[in-house]
Design a protein around this ligand. Structure first.
Ligand SMILES: [Fe+2]
Length: 335
């Protein structure tokens, strides 16, 4: 019997050294809706995100990811997740959440790859009121007539800083009931995994990091409603001086349409359309091999730029200090 512990990716906190420009990108270009501000953070959502917000943007001295939040299936499942995390010595303790932003208490932990995760049960469903209320009854809010009308948070792609960090992360994530759908190898060497808890091709992906530094972000992705939105976005990006680093293209792995851009703060943001749903319970991960399949795993058609292969614009020495400290203490990382 498989008892799923996690239901979905809920939100991601990214940091930026250029908060105003980054917000211009997410609001005016991607079309996300601002829900609130607190301190140095701004809370944003797509029109079909189920909870209050899916993206928290925080001003910092660098770019990258600060925290990734998943929801458990129940309070009991949250406690089960805590047990699993603590059996690996990766727990960082409880936090009270942000009830004013619809998020209750959660348990924080560090992934063996160095990113900070949090698991919550207590979350408030978001429903617009007033003139943002949609006539489509399941829709949390009207589809705003702004920017690319990004729909909802799709996935996060993170780096693992060496083979052991990658293997240990996968072991933990499988225990937390992520289902690995596809794997990338270089001959006998496994270098990346695409997995999900929500039945899509991936709500999380993780690959080896050429820089060898814990806690780094590869990219964050929002879904769009129509494949045409990717073309509209490519037009807008080029018109407004944003650097497209990949696409429009069709991924071999996940079989989805994609476009990557570097937002003004330096984070790589992907827009995605399509991809499969796979809830096959006895699925064996599909294996791609860079030696046989070349780059078709990434772009079956279309292409990416050289900047994409650098993985992330974040220089290795610019990962958040708080994450470096946790990586030293909890993972024994020599940084
Ligand atoms: Fe992606």
């Amino acid at each position: 019997m498989v008892n799923k512990i996690l239901s979905q990716l809920v939100n991601v906190e990214v940091v930026t050294p250029k908060i105003d420009d980054t917000l211009w990108f997410f609001k005016d270009i991607l079309g996300l809706n601002e829900i609130g501000r607190k301190g140095r953070s701004v809370y944003l959502r797509g029109w079909e995100d189920w909870y209050t917000y899916s993206l928290k943007v925080t001003e910092s001295d660098t770019a990258g990811v600060r925290e990734i939040t998943w929801r458990a299936y129940s309070e009991q499942d949250l406690m089960e997740a805590v047990k699993i995390i603590n059996s690996y010595g990766l727990g960082l303790g409880w936090d009270d959440g942000e009830p004013d932003m619809g998020v209750g208490k959660g348990y924080k932990f560090v992934l063996p790859s160095g990113q900070i995760g949090k698991i919550v049960w207590d979350l408030k469903l978001w429903r617009a009121s007033g003139n943002l209320r949609s006539g489509y009854k399941a829709r949390p809010m009207k589809k705003l007539p702004q920017g690319m009308q990004a729909k909802d948070l799709s996935h996060i792609f993170i780096f693992a800083y060496n083979d052991s960090a990658l293997a240990k992360s996968i072991e933990l994530l499988k225990k937390l009931t992520f289902k690995v759908n596809e794997i990338l190898k270089e001959g006998d060497h496994t270098i990346a995994y695409w997995m999900a808890v929500n039945g899509t091709a991936h709500d999380l992906a993780i690959s080896l990091d050429p820089s060898g530094v814990p806690g780094r972000l590869n990219h964050v992705t929002f879904n769009v409603d129509y494949a045409d939105d990717l073309l509209r976005a490519a037009d807008a990006y080029s018109d407004y001086g944003l650097e497209i680093v990949g696409g429009p293209l069709r991924h071999g792995i996940t079989d989805s349409h994609s476009l990557y851009v570097k937002e003004p703060g330096g984070n790589i943001i992907e827009l995605l359309h399509g991809g499969y749903i796979n809830t096959v319970p006895d699925w064996e991960p599909v294996v791609w091999d860079t030696k046989e399949d070349e780059n078709r795993w990434l772009y079956y058609w279309g292409h990416v730029t050289e900047a994409f292969w650098n993985g992330s614009p974040i220089p290795p020495n610019k990962v958040l200090d708080e994450i470096k400290e946790i990586a030293r203490q909890k993972l024994g990382a020599k940084i």
